[in-house]
Design a protein around this ligand. Sequence first.
Ligand code: F6P
Length: 321
Amino acid sequence: MKKIGLFTSGGDAPGMNAAIRAVVRMAVYKELEVFGIRYGYRGIINGDFIPLESRSVSNIIQRGGTILRTARSDEFTTREGREKAFTNLKKTGIEGLIGIGGDGTLKGLSVFMDEFPVKVIGVPGTIDNDLYGTDYTIGFDTAVNTALSTIDKIRDTAAAHERLFYIEVMGRDAGFIAVDVGIASGAEFIAIPEVETNIEELRKMLSNYRKDKSSAIIIVAEGDREGDAFEIAGKVKDAAGYDYRISVIGHVQRGGSPTAFDRLLASRLGAAAVEKLVNGKSGVMVGQINGDIAETPLSETWEKQKGIKPGLIELARILSL
Ligand code: F6P
């Protein structure tokens, strides 16, 4: 293999730039030519390739977003789109592809590899942490820390006004961000899609808290099955007499300078992805499990459920007594 292509796709995540840097520098070290593909799958279809060298990725390890930009492509979901994409790769001589993103990105790689003779490696980049085959995805730790610093600030005003706050965090259909920020912020209740949110039980808990807690925090994962923060607040109705407010943290969770943890994870996984391609591997996602680099067949990353660590929800409840 002489030439490889690299792209980011789907929602951006802090640490994607650190992963791009690692891929490029490891590729240079392994004497491969590396092309950055702009705008994800759309860029493969449009042939939007830029040659990258070691110095092309200087001064990006600390930056959020992705220098390659990102997009969601409808055209790549069609056979015609994928054919165009393969023709462009062939024209340029690209034999291996590294895609950094979430489950949509990994599914795209898997379909592409099944239809065309191209080697593919996935790198988990999403704030949601919802992929099997890695303890953490790139961007999750930064998103948790960003949300946490916001929640700490909300707690100040909640305490000052003796209010209850419903705070909604991202995570799509998963509650990983909610659980971690819920425990780390000392929230009174965490609503996540993985566990049924019992509104009656929540009402009872609030009535109890009202006896001796002047303020309280409820973390709502955006994908909770009872609804978003507004819907849950609406169902709880009078909130046991608390004056309440609702705060949706939103896209701030996707930006900002990556934490040391995310930079390190991205550096290790980006480099490992290149090594896998060089060793002839294809169709796997690189991840980190118990501190070691691991590889998982692409389809398992979305078919198998990672699941919230047992005991964490229980721990959150006990610690908010
Ligand atoms: O997958 C990352 C994520 O930020 C989710 O947490 C969220 O549900 C979604 O993307 C938001 O997507 P968009 O930026 O397209 O609104």
